[in-house]
Design a protein around this ligand. Sequence first.
Ligand SMILES: Nc1ncnc2c1ncn2[C@@H]1O[C@H](COP(=O)(O)OS(=O)(=O)O)[C@@H](OP(=O)(O)O)[C@H]1O
Length: 325
Amino acid sequence: MSSSSVPAYLGDEDLTQETRDLISSLPKEKGWLVSEMYQYQGRWNTQALLQGILICQKRFEAKDSDIILVTNPKSGTTWLKALVFALLNRHKFPVSSSGNHPLLVTNPHLLVPFLEGVYYESPDSDFSGLPSPRLMNTHISHLSLPESVKSSSCKIVYCCRNPKDMFVSLWHFGKKLAPEETAAYPIEKAVEAFCEGKFIGGPFWDHILEYWYASRENPNKVLFVTYEDLKKQTGTEMKRIAEFLGCGFIEEEEVREIVKLCSFESLSNLEVNRHGKLPNGMETKTFFRKGEIGGWRDTLSESLAAEIDRTIEEKFHGSGLIFSS
Ligand SMILES: Nc1ncnc2c1ncn2[C@@H]1O[C@H](COP(=O)(O)OS(=O)(=O)O)[C@@H](OP(=O)(O)O)[C@H]1O
C-alpha cells in the first residue's frame, strides 16, 4: 500500500518477529487496498491489525466492569462510541451544560480506544489510565476475543449494519484513503471479494452471526443492536443500551440531549470532525459521510445489490436475523 493517508494499522510496518513467524504459516491473499492479507482464526487481516489482535489476545486483561463496543468496520462504530461515552459520562459531563462537553472538541475515536489499533501502536498498553468503567472498542471476532473478555463479567455491545450499506461505506472510505488503489480495483471485483469474505476484516457474516448467537445465548453479556434501529429510534435503543449496562434511571430530557449531541448532523459539523486528525494521521472527516440507511442505492447497481442480497440470504438463512434497509 502506497498512499500516505492510509492508517498505519492497514500497513505492514513495525512487525515483531513473533508476528512475522506466525504470518509466514498463514493463508495469504491479495486484497482490495492491501497487497497482502492473512487469514487468522477464520478472518482476513492486514499484518498490522493481525499483530494488534495477537497482542490483544495475549495481554488484554478484561475487568468485570469493562464495556467493550464491538462492530465490523463501517457499521456504526463512531456513533456508538459517542452515544455510550455520553451516556456513561452524563453526570461528569452533563450534555445540558453544553459548551464544554468532550464530544464537542474531541473525535469519538480518541475518547474510546480501539484495542487492536492501540496494541499495534503501543504493545505495552494496559489501558490503566481509563476511568472506570473502562470503555473500549474492537473489531475482533467473538471467536478471537481475548480469553479474559469471555471469562469475566464485562459487557459487550455489538452493533451491526445492513451489509450493503456497510460495503458501500467501506468502498467510499477506501476511495478517500487510497484513490489510486481503489480506481485500479473495479467495484464488481470488490463486491465479489466481499461476498466471498476475502476482504480486510471479512468474512463479515461470521462476525455478525457469532455475536448474534452469543447475544441469544447470553443476553446479559452481549447486547445486539443494529445501525438501522439506532437510526430509526435512537432514544429507545439508547435506553436499551443504558438498561443493559446498568446505568440507572435517565431523564427523557437527558436522552433527547444525548441523541441530539451524537446525531450525524451535530457530530459531522463540529470543527474537530471536519478538519481534525487522529494521532495516526487519519482525517476525522473520513468517519462521517452520509450516515443514512439505504444509501447503497446510489453506488450499487441492481445486479451488485442482488449479489450481496443472495449472500445475505444464504449466510443468514435460519438465523432469525433480518436486515432492514
Ligand atoms: N452520528 C452518526 N450517526 C449516523 N451515522 C454515522 C454517525 N457517525 C458516523 N456515521 C456513519 O457511520 C459510517 C462509519 O462507520 P464507522 O463509524 O463504523 O467507521 S469505522 O469503522 O470507525 O471506521 C459512515 O457511514 P456512511 O455515511 O454510510 O459511509 C458514517 O457516515
